[in-house]
Design a protein around this ligand. Sequence first.
Ligand code: CA
Ligand code: CA
Length: 219
Amino acid sequence: MRKSCLIMGSLLLVTFALVNPVTASFILLPNDDTFLDQTSGGTVRDNGGILIKGQSGQQRIGIIEFTLPDVTVESATLNLLHVRSWSNLSWKLQVSGKQAEFDETAITWNNSTLQSTVGVTLIGDPLTMVGGNSGQDVVPPQWRTVDMTDFFNANKGTTVTLFLKNTDNDGQRGGTIEDREGSRTGDPANGPYISYVPEPSSLLCLGLASLALVRRRFR
Ligand SMILES: [Ca+2]
Ligand SMILES: [Ca+2]
């Protein structure tokens, strides 16, 4: 038990530079992010942000892959920057997820099986997203958050794919979330991320790992 605790703690130290010492909040970045585009079946679409549209026959489904650390969290929040809307109309964004992996440089609508809803868990209620107020752009872009604490704890230690779907079947509605490459804003820091706060017992593991590293260093 203590060994696994130390290994887990050591892995988490990689992200230690991102720790906020007051709230002990950690940041987790995606492995991959892109979207599945029904209108361009065989084309890899890893550019221009994460496009989302629900209209039948023209669907765009955002997909984001994270490897969740094997820690129990008090809270976990998905953070998304809304940069564009399909029009000046508001739209609905539903986040869901399941244990699955993909490669953003290879996945297409045609070769993906991720459109299936089998095994998918809804995460929170749909968010209402504003319409564009400057052409299609949302100015300034808006950070939106989704509580994913339960999903995180149910899937800790695994690799998961989160799905971003527009629940309106309407060609005028939908939008774009900034991707991890910073395609729309020029800044990768505006890409999707999870912020999480480990439970105190998990923080104890981190503390033990830190002591072990210190002991080894000064031997
Ligand atoms: Ca990407
Ligand atoms: Ca991957």
